[in-house]
Design a protein around this ligand. Structure first.
Ligand code: ADP
Ligand code: MG
Length: 291
């Protein structure tokens, strides 16, 4: 691109808080065929809230006391939602011992000498815990687009906690605008398949890649790059950094982590998904002026 076209494109982006880090980022934006979007914090607000606590055989206060003790040690957004919920209900504090964070799965610790496991189905399966009647409750929550967090105490499933994270107001419009540009939109998430599929359907996204472990996101991007397809990845988290680096164009949501922002080629300062199609349009406009 000519220096003038690049200056104009960069300036147009900057006015909207769409920061292209260099000329290459602007040029690549014009050639993107697939946009992969992280679910949590990118398509959704990233403000999870507990909506359901389904228990069997244990008072809610006692269950939440054990769960909050473990989740207080975790930095996961879902853990923060659980702790906030317990605090709002005035649940008594307890301390967790031998805390273990299991990336992409959940957390494990001992409270009052009891082994508490909190996380997804994969984690409970790994622990050889039978979901029993909770399997159906979990599926019901997932079908509504909520994340179902399972809890086992001393090897027995004790509860399933439903957590909702609302889509951002402009996510539907952003997906539609990308489709208008002829771009394929893919949702990528560590969350479970049913939950992700429900939210994708609400947003008009047809391809979902779910239950991806944090370390595997970059591999999924590489797979989408087959046949030389140009892939952009939009994300916000520390987990997303390798995928942002692997993509032809890494786009970070400005409200995200420093690692994501440093790794990305483009930063969306307003954290608005609508700025993704805008970035691609600015790129296309810049290329057109070159010719
Ligand atoms: P995401 O792509 O949503 O950031 P992660 O890879 O961080 O996903 O986590 C994948 C899944 O593991 C979550 O959807 C959740 O079910 C479970 N999980 C991870 N950490 C925790 C935790 N501290 N408490 C409860 N569940 C967790
Ligand atoms: Mg995330």
């Amino acid at each position: 691109a000519t220096p003038t076209a690049i200056m104009v494109g960069t300036g147009m982006g900057a006015k909207r808080g769409v920061l292209f880090k260099n000329a290459m980022a602007l040029e690549t934006s014009a050639r993107i065929q697939v946009v992969v979007m992280d679910k949590t914090g990118t398509l959704t607000k990233g403000e999870p809230e507990v909506t359901d606590v389904i228990i069997d055989g244990m008072p809610q206060d006692e269950l939440l006391r054990l769960v909050a003790a473990v989740e207080r040690e975790s930095e996961h957004p879902l853990a923060e939602a659980v702790v906030r919920h317990a605090d709002a209900l005035g649940v008594a504090a307890a301390s967790a011992e031998r805390f273990e964070n299991v990336p992409g799965h959940g957390a494990i610790a001992h409270v009052d000498g009891r082994r508490v496991v909190i996380g997804n189905r994969r984690l409970l399966e790994r622990e050889n815990v039978d979901l029993g009647t909770f399997a159906a409750r979990r599926d019901e929550l997932a079908a509504t687009g909520r994340t179902a967090v399972l809890v086992s105490v001393d090897g027995v499933t004790a509860a399933v906690i439903g957590i909702a994270d609302a889509p951002r107001d402009t996510s539907v419009a952003a997906v539609a605008a990308l489709h208008d540009l002829g771009v394929e939109v893919v949702m990528l998430t560590g969350d479970n398949q049913a939950t992700a599929a429900r939210i994708a359907a609400q947003l008009g996204i047809d391809t979902v890649i779910a239950e991806v472990l944090p370390g595997d996101k970059a591999t999924k991007i590489a797979e989408l790059q087959n046949n030389g397809r140009k892939v952009a990845m939009v994300g916000d988290g520390v987990n997303d950094a390798p995928a942002l680096a692997q993509a032809d164009l890494g786009i970070a949501i400005g409200a995200g982590t420093d690692v994501a922002i440093e790794t990305a080629d483009v930063v969306l300062m307003r954290s608005d998904p609508l700025d993704v199609p805008i970035a691609l349009r600015i790129g296309r406009g810049t290329l057109r002026k070159m010719r």
